[in-house]
Design a protein around this ligand. Structure first.
Ligand SMILES: [Mn+2]
Length: 438
């Protein structure tokens, strides 16, 4: 098998003392943590769109990246070659999974039929590469935002033909996901929102979004695709207000439209911060409601107000994420998909490796720290103590349903005032966490 990037070595675990930039210092795939190999805690996935496409284009300038495997024309043959390079990258990074949009991997043709044919030609290569390498598909999705036909959105468009085209596109994407053995399918809104409420029939748009998702779920059932559906929140960009604003809004939507038992959530860090939340808030909220599905691992920049999709290198963040994942029993079908791109000025193929190695190592170290904190029970004990007024006496009686407003008034009239308020000890909690980090 010819290598496309022979100058980049196979990345291996070398331990915390290693200074080799092409080695993992903490990600040791088979190391057992809390009873299972590290690799099964993460189900790491590479995103085709950021790893292989765009190449540094931003609103202020054109592509900057050196990608020596790219041919002069973006035709099917070039797209097929690109897939082979992608699998070489996944293999060299020990990446067990990947994700892609339909339009990332194959060029759009003049008609829908031609576009589907192009996709089929590239999917053949995916199928061969999956068989050859064992790298698997975490989830599939469709690009329902790039083409001008989706200028008003796809499922929420004011134009019924746009809805119909999007339906045909997702139908095909589900067929491809089935063919490639994907473990899931993600709905990402793209342009499902509005720029101006004056020209918008919100109820009609949101009703149609639900109609669209029901059609997808029904078609998946019809063709025997049993992968998990995910809904990914993002509050803004490119529209002013997207209907999938955050977990709370999405879960309400799923419940209101009878989709709660069919769709779970895919949470992205940078989308959480755009919504004014942290990723751990979003994950905890989903998990406590039974909607935790998958994670798009990345990070934003607190000084930039847009979706920068940077690689996650903040150890505090990965510790928080792993504490929540461990608490709720880990991924069932999902994984940590690196929905992240190298900076525009990090233009070499090597940078793609440094970025993924950094993200995987930061999560691996975060897992080890979180597991140690859980083994010692430090935060759990402190939190339990903070809520101990609910474990006996009046608290236990309230939670057992033995009280109402009248009986609580009688209790307080007899007692006179609140007693036993404990300190929040936030600084102590922060110090305890730091004890495990440094
Ligand atoms: Mn993003």
């Amino acid at each position: 098998m010819a290598e496309y990037i022979p100058n980049i070595p196979q990345v291996k675990f070398e331990g915390p003392q290693s200074t080799n930039p092409f080695a993992f210092r903490h990600y040791n795939p088979d190391e057992v943590v809390e009873g299972k190999p590290m690799k099964d805690h993460f189900n790491f996935s590479a995103a085709f769109w950021h790893t292989m496409r765009m190449n540094g284009v931003d609103p202020f300038g054109s592509a900057t990246m050196s990608r020596p495997w790219e041919g002069p024309v973006d035709d099917v043959a070039n797209a097929q070659k690109r897939v082979k390079v992608f699998f070489e990258i996944c293999q060299k990074l020990q990446m067990p999974y990947f994700c892609f949009h339909d339009r990332d991997v194959a060029p759009e043709g003049a008609t829908l039929a031609e576009t589907n044919k192009n996709l089929d030609e590239v999917v053949k290569v995916f199928k061969d590469e999956i068989a050859r390498t064992g790298v698997k598909m975490l989830w599939g999705t469709a690009n329902l935002f790039g083409n001008p036909r989706y200028m008003h959105g796809a499922a929420t468009s004011c134009n019924a033909d746009s809805f119909a085209y999007a339906a045909a596109q997702v139908k095909k994407a589900l067929e491809v996901s089935l063919e490639l053995g994907a473990k899931g399918y993600t709905f990402w809104g793209g342009r499902e929102g509005y720029m101006c409420l004056w020209n918008t029939n919100m109820k009609r748009e949101v009703d149609n979004l639900a109609r669209f998702m029901h059609m997808a779920v029904d078609y998946a059932k019809e063709i025997g695709f049993t992968g998990q559906f995910y809904f990914e929140p993002k509050p803004k960009e490119p529209t002013k207000h997207q209907y999938d604003f955050d977990s709370a809004a999405c879960i309400n939507f799923l419940r209101a439209y009878g989709l709660a038992d069919k769709v779970k959530m895919n949470i992205e860090t940078n989308h959480a911060t755009l919504a004014g939340h942290t990723v751990e808030h979003e994950l905890e909220y989903c998990a406590m409601q039974g909607f935790l599905g998958s994670i798009d691992a990345n990070a934003g920049d607190m000084l930039l107000g847009w979706d920068t999709d940077q690689f996650p290198t903040d150890i505090y963040m990965t510790v928080k994420i792993m504490l929540i994942l461990l608490k709720y029993g880990g991924f069932k079908t999902g994984g940590l998909n690196f929905d992240a791109k190298v900076r525009r000025d990090s233009w070499t193929p090597e940078d793609v490796f440094f970025a993924h190695i950094g993200g995987m190592d930061t999560f691996a170290k975060g897992l080890k720290i979180a597991a140690q904190m859980r083994a010692d029970g430090v935060l759990d004990e402190m939190v339990q103590k903070r809520y101990s007024s609910w474990d006996s006496g009046i608290g236990a009686e309230i939670e057992a349903g033995k009280h109402d407003f009248k009986s609580l008034e009688a209790y307080m009239l007899a007692k006179g005032n609140v007693e036993g308020i404990v300190s929040g000890n936030q600084e102590l909690y922060e110090n305890v966490v730091n004890r495990y980090i440094f």
